[in-house]
Design a protein around this ligand. Structure first.
Ligand code: HEM
Length: 352
């Protein structure tokens, strides 16, 4: 008669030890990822928590740039970018574009004239199945030089200590360039008149494999008309989306995409530092916004304009921001999509 096979006692013990090691290692990995082993470490959760002031109800919305409106259109490449990057998006031709105009506030109900920074999220798709996602702002520099400094700035601006911002600025004098822009740059009455800048640096890889450190911007075709913010306030809390809906309704709006190439030694890891004016600039194409669509029902609502989603031919540089942004945007995306019942889609929504 066959006897049931009994493994030797030592091998059972060995298996149990192995299982314990695997479970222990997984638990340690979870604990590390959650930041429990290093409470000082900056996690996406902490970053996203710090973005939302206690007075704001963000449920269902982006945790920054919460107020915005979708658009669709075309990116027409003129072919000049192909000398810098092998990405198909720079080959002469037309590619579908999807985007979102927005104001840089965590409050989806903020009045437009109270928000200094405006943004533009953009996704361009190419027939090779690749995508270029980017999120740009109208400021020419970022207020913080590292993700940790940005987090500290968020904490300082939310602090009850009346000296917190002064203390922050003392420790981070690099905020001055952004401060000067915020104080003196003219406001416009339209997204169509604004310039949008990547600020972060990326690497273009050309067909020979050579690399070029770059930043990019969208320059408006419309002439900017300065309007003081108290004048803008009279136009109503949502004047920006009303104006762009009307404007695009009467004709497509255009921006020229320009790529600025760094000289060797230009700072690529710090978006508080502008590059000198004489850097080589290449016009690579035109973004045409053809149609405005309400965000609530629109195609940009469930898009994460993650700046690390890049086609072959564009990659991240030593700039630490895109990776930090990617993880924070993913956290924001997870939260807002899990809260969809707090921001329900509506088929009767005010579609422009
Ligand atoms: C560490 C620094 C940053 C953090 C933590 C951060 C955080 C965020 C978050 C959480 C969102 C919402 C994402 C979503 O739910 O889809 C967002 C959106 C956005 N951010 Fe940032 N951001 C940072 C830096 C920047 C920089 C440097 C720029 C521009 C140069 C920028 C431009 C934008 C724009 C335009 C949007 C709106 C995109 C859209 O319409 O979905 N951000 N940011």
């Amino acid at each position: 008669m066959l006897q049931p096979h009994r493994p030797p006692a030592r091998s059972v013990f060995g298996s149990l030890v192995l299982i314990a090691i695997v479970i222990g290692a997984s638990a340690a990995a979870f604990a590390y990822t959650a930041g429990w082993l290093s409470p000082q470490r900056l996690t996406p959760d902490k970053m996203v928590d710090a973005l939302t002031p206690p007075t704001v109800d963000p449920l269902g919305h982006r945790r920054n740039h919460a107020k915005g409106i979708c658009f669709t259109g075309i990116f027409e490449a003129n072919g000049a970018g192909s000398a810098l990057s092998q990405a198909q998006v720079f080959t002469r031709g037309q590619y579908p574009a999807l985007g979102r105009f927005n104001v840089a506030t965590p409050d989806p109900k903020a009045a437009d004239a109270t928000v200094r920074v405006r943004g533009l999220g953009l996704l361009i798709s190419t027939p090779d199945g690749q995508e270029w996602r980017t999120a740009m702002i109208d400021a020419p520099v970022f207020p913080a030089s590292t993700p940790q400094a940005f987090y500290d700035l968020l904490l300082a601006s939310a602090s009850k200590d009346p000296d917190a911002m002064k203390t922050y600025a003392g420790a981070h004098p690099e905020i001055a360039a952004f401060g000067a822009w915020a104080k003196s740059a003219p406001w416009t009455g339209s997204y169509a008149e604004d310039r949008f800048n990547s600020l972060n640096s990326f690497i273009f890889v050309d067909n020979s494999g050579a690399e070029h450190a770059v930043r990019w911007s969208l320059l408006p075709a419309a002439q900017p008309v300065p309007v003081p913010p108290d004048e803008l306030a009279k136009r109503g809390p949502d004047f920006l989306e009303q104006e762009i809906t009307q404007r695009v309704g009467s004709g497509p709006q255009h921006w020229t995409m320009v790529v600025t190439i760094a000289n060797p030694g230009d700072p690529t890891a710090d978006p508080t530092k502008v590059w000198p004016e004489d850097r080589h600039i290449v016009e690579v194409g035109t973004l045409t916004v053809e149609r405005i669509e309400a965000e609530r029902d629109g195609p940009c609502r469930d898009i994460n304009f993650d700046p690390t989603v890049l086609p072959t031919g564009i990659r991240t540089s030593d700039d630490p921001f895109p990776a930090a942004r990617s993880s924070a945007y993913a956290k924001s995306y997870d939260r807002r999509t899990a809260e969809a019942q707090d921001y329900p889609r509506t088929t009767t929504g005010a579609k422009p």
